[in-house]
Write a protein that binds this ligand. Structure first.
Ligand SMILES: Cc1cc2nc3c(=O)[nH]c(=O)nc-3n(C[C@H](O)[C@H](O)[C@H](O)COP(=O)(O)O)c2cc1C
Length: 186
């Protein structure tokens, strides 16, 4: 059994991407090897990075940091669900990554991204630079959702495409391989 943490990035009160995490959670939970939980950066509401010491020391001052550390340390793998802002990664996820160090290390990360024609891919590409510096393993298999608003109906319900279903299955299967392998390294 592996602990999978789905991290939803958008913090906006009018965010549209909140539909993806519950769908991905239900896909992942069909596999009994995953124990899935969701970390919503909008709800967690981390302040702009405010730790006095480098996170590598693990000597955290803030209660919010200690709580975030506990959440991330419990995970064996991550999926980051992210939009793209101004051709890049939203500051909420960069901030959330910066807060910690050892808690991320030697763990794999997959992505579900959404946006206009790019499907949020430029956000993902930017995040990989942060991930590898934190010793995470970003996997290439991903769920990429271009023109995503066309998949949300008038009631706000997501209608996933067959391509999304296939991509999610492929990404999660690959993530599981890395999760098992990196557990031995940790
Ligand atoms: C500040 C800002 C910048 C944006 N930049 C991009 C962009 O570079 N590429 C893109 O595809 N969509 C962009 N969008 C449109 C988003 O894809 C769209 O607003 C989406 O709903 C954002 O996800 P969220 O609602 O979950 O926050 C941008 C939106 C905002 C608010």
């Amino acid at each position: 059994m592996h602990n999978l943490l789905i991290i939803t990035v958008s913090t906006r009160p009018t965010r549209k991407g909140h539909v993806f995490a519950p769908w991905l959670q239900s896909v992942a939970e069909a596999d009994p090897d995953w124990n899935v939980s969701v970390a919503d950066l909008g709800e967690i509401d981390l302040p702009m990075f405010d730790e006095p010491q480098h996170p590598r020391l693990g000597n955290y001052a803030g209660e919010h940091t200690k709580a975030w550390s506990k959440t991330v340390a419990a995970a064996d793998a991550f999926v980051i669900v992210t939009p793209e802002y101004n051709y890049g990664a939203p500051p909420s996820i960069i901030n959330a990554l910066d807060y910690l160090a050892a808690e991320w290390a030697y763990k794999p990360v997959g992505f579900l991204s959404y946006g206009g024609i790019s499907g949020g891919m430029r956000s993902v590409q930017m995040l990989k630079q942060f991930n590898t510096t934190l010793k995470m393993m970003p996997i290439p298999e991903a769920v990429t959702v271009p023109m995503f608003t066309s998949l949300i109906d008038a009631e706000g319900k997501l209608n996933p495409t067959p391509i999304m279903e296939t991509a999610a299955g492929t990404m999660l299967a690959e993530l599981k391989k890395w999760t098992g392998a990196l557990k031995t390294l940790r």
